[in-house]
Design a protein around this ligand. Structure first.
Ligand code: GDP
Ligand code: ZN
Length: 466
C-alpha cells in the first residue's frame, strides 16, 4: 500500500532543546529534501546512499535557515517503509517551526498523530501489537513498563500468537477440505493432533490472559491506599516517599478530605498512592463522606498502609487494635501494613512497647517518622515485597494492552467451543465456524484482521511525529 502524501512532523519533544529532529516520510521526501538542502559536499540527496548522514544547510531563495545534519533512509529500509528524511536542526522552537513551515510550502503535509507508525504498519514493517508497543514505549515512565513494551516491540508476544494462528489455519483448511468431500466421509484433519494443538493453544491463551493482571498493574502503577485519622501524617509520608511537596500538609485535623493521587517509582515499579481520610466514627457530614470514600479506595487498592500517630496509639492502643481488626475483617485478602508514624516524639522503649502490643494482631508493622525521614526505606522495601515481579524477571510475555486482553479472552472462548465440539463429535461444518471465529480474534491481535475504526482508535492515541 503506497500513501500519496509526504508527511512531516517534529519527531523530538515539542519545546526548545539542544537539537530537534524533523522527520519526513513519503514518495516526495527525497525531492523535497533536495529542494531545501544544500550539502557541504555539493552532492544531491537523491544521489546519496541509504542510511547515510550529511552536513549542510537548509536554504530557501538564498536565505539560510540553519546548519543541519540530514539522514537518508530509502524505501523499503526505513521506519515507515517509505523514503524517510530526518533533519537534525538546532533546537529552538523558532528554527523548528521555520523548517517545518518551509517543508509544508514545498509540498509536505503535516502528519497526523501516529501516522508514521500507521504507515509502518500498513507497509508491513510492524504488526499491530508492535505498533501499539511503540505507543507504550513512548508513554512508559518506569523500568518495568519500558521492559514490557520493548519486549512486545521485538514481537515476542505476537510471534507466538501468529505461529499458533498459522497452525490453526492449517487445520481449518483441512477441515474445510473435508466439507468438500462430505459424501465420502473422510477425515483429512488428524483429530488427535488437532486436539493436541487446541490444548496447546488453550494453555498459551490462559497464560497470556493471566499475565494481564500483572501487566496492567505494572503499566498503570500499583494502587496503594494510605489510610489514617486526620493529622496522623499521611500527606507528610506521601511527601517523604515522593521527596517533594505535592500533597497538602497542614496542622488542621481533617484537611485531607478529598483524595489525592500521586505516583512514585520504587526499584523500577510504579506505585500510585491514594491519600485518604481516616475511618474514625464521626458526625461531621463532610467527613463521613470521606470515610465512605476511604472504604472505596481500600477496595481498589492492592496494598493498604494504615497510619497511626505514635503518641495517640500509646494512649488508645486497644481502640486502634479494634480498628485494625475491623479493616482485616472487611478486607481479609488485602495486604495491610500498619505504620506507626511520628516515632521522633516517643522513646525507644515506648516504640518496643507498641511493637509488643501489635504482635497479637499479626500484622506487618513499620515504625517511621515521616517528618525526619526515619524508616522510609524499610517501608519502601515492604511495599516492593507485595509486588509479583517474577514474570518480569523470567522475561515471560506479559499482556498490558486491554485490546489484546479482550481479543485473547474471545479467542479462548472460541477455542473452548471447538474443543467441546471435537469431544462431542460436532459436524465439521459447524466446527469450522468456531475455528474461523477463533482465527478472527487471533488476527485482531496481530493486525491480520483490521478495520478502519480499530486502526483509527489505536493510532489516534499516538503523539504527532510517531
Ligand atoms: P494528614 O492529615 O494525615 O495528612 O497529616 P499531615 O501530613 O498533614 O500532618 C499533620 C501534622 O503532623 C503536620 O504538622 C506534620 O508536620 C506533622 N507530622 C507528620 N509526620 C510527622 C512526624 O513523623 N513527626 C512529627 N513530629 N510530626 C509529624
Ligand atoms: Zn493529609
Amino acid at each position: 500500500m503506497i500513501a500519496q502524501d509526504t508527511i512531516v512532523a517534529l519527531a523530538s519533544p515539542s519545546g526548545a532543546g539542544a537539537i530537534a529532529v524533523i522527520r519526513m516520510s513519503g514518495q516526495k521526501a527525497i525531492a523535497i529534501a533536495d529542494a531545501v538542502f544544500q550539502s557541504v559536499s555539493g552532492k544531491s540527496v537523491a544521489k546519496q546512499k541509504s542510511h547515510t548522514i550529511h552536513l549542510g544547510h537548509i536554504v530557501e531563495d538564498g536565505k539560510i535557515y540553519d546548519q543541519v545534519l540530514l539522514s537518508v533512509f530509502k524505501n523499503p529500509h526505513s521506519y515507515t517503509g517509505e523514503d524517510v528524511i530526518e533533519i537534525s536542526c538546532h533546537g529552538s522552537t523558532f528554527i523548528q517551526q521555520q523548517i517545518i513551515q518551509l517543508l509544508l510550502r514545498k509540498g509536505c503535509k503535516m502528519a497526523q498523530a501516529g501516522e508514521f507508525t500507521l504507515r509502518a504498519f500498513l507497509n508491513g514493517k510492524l504488526d499491530l501489537s508492535q505498533a501499539e508497543a511503540v505507543a507504550d514505549l513512548i508513554a512508559s515512565d518506569n523500568e518495568a513498563s519500558h521492559q514490557i513494551a520493548m519486549q512486545q516491540m521485538r514481537g515476542g508476544f505476537s510471534n507466538e500468537i501468529a505461529k499458533l494462528r498459522a497452525e490453526l489455519l492449517n487445520f481449518a483448511s483441512l477441515i474445510e477440505l473435508e466439507l468438500d468431500f462430505a459424501e465420502e466421509d473422510v477425515e483429512f484433519a488428524d483429530r488427535t493432533q488437532f486436539k493436541e494443538l487446541l490444548n496447546r493453544i488453550e494453555f498459551v491463551l490462559k497464560r497470556l490472559i493471566d499475565s494481564f493482571a500483572v501487566g496492567n498493574v505494572i503499566k498503570n502503577g500499583i494502587p496503594v491506599a494510605i489510610v489514617g485519622e486526620p493529622n496522623v501524617g499521611k500527606s507528610t509520608l506521601l511527601n517523604a516517599l515522593l521527596n517533594e511537596e505535592r500533597a497538602i500538609v497542614s496542622d488542621i485535623a481533617g484537611t485531607t478530605r478529598d483524595t489525592i493521587e500521586d505516583e512514585l517509582v520504587i526499584n523500577g515499579i510504579g506505585f500510585r498512592f491514594i491519600d485518604t481520610a481516616g475511618i474514625r466514627e464521626t458526625k461531621d457530614v463532610v467527613e463521613s463522606i470521606g470515610i465512605k470514600k476511604t472504604f472505596e479506595k481500600i477496595e481498589q487498592a492492592q496494598v493498604v498502609l494504615y497510619l497511626f500517630e505514635s503518641v495517640k496509639f500509646q494512649v488508645s492502643s486497644s481502640e486502634f487494635i479494634i480498628e485494625i481488626e475491623k479493616i482485616k475483617n472487611q478486607f481479609p485478602l488485602k495486604p495491610l501494613i500498619v505504620v506507626i508514624n511520628k516515632i521522633d516524639l516517643i522513646s525507644k522503649a515506648e516504640i518496643e512497647n507498641i511493637r509488643k502490643q501489635l504482635e497479637a494482631v499479626n500484622v506487618k508493622l513499620e515504625t517511621i517518622s515521616a517528618k525526619t525521614n526515619t524508616g522510609i526505606e524499610s517501608l519502601k522495601d515492604q511495599l516492593l515485597s507485595f509486588v509479583n515481579t517474577g514474570a518480569l524477571r523470567n522475561n515471560e510475555t506479559i499482556v498490558t494492552n486491554t485490546r489484546h486482553y479482550d481479543s485473547l479472552l474471545k479467542a479462548l472462548e472460541e477455542i473452548q467451543k471447538v474443543q467441546f465440539g471435537l469431544q462431542s463429535g460436532l459436524s465439521s461444518d459447524l466446527m469450522a465456524i468456531d475455528i474461523k471465529q477463533a482465527l478472527y480474534y487471533f488476527g485482531e491481535i496481530t493486525g491480520e484482521v483490521t478495520n478502519d475504526e480499530l486502526l483509527g482508535n489505536i493510532f489516534a492515541n499516538f503523539c504527532i511525529g510517531k
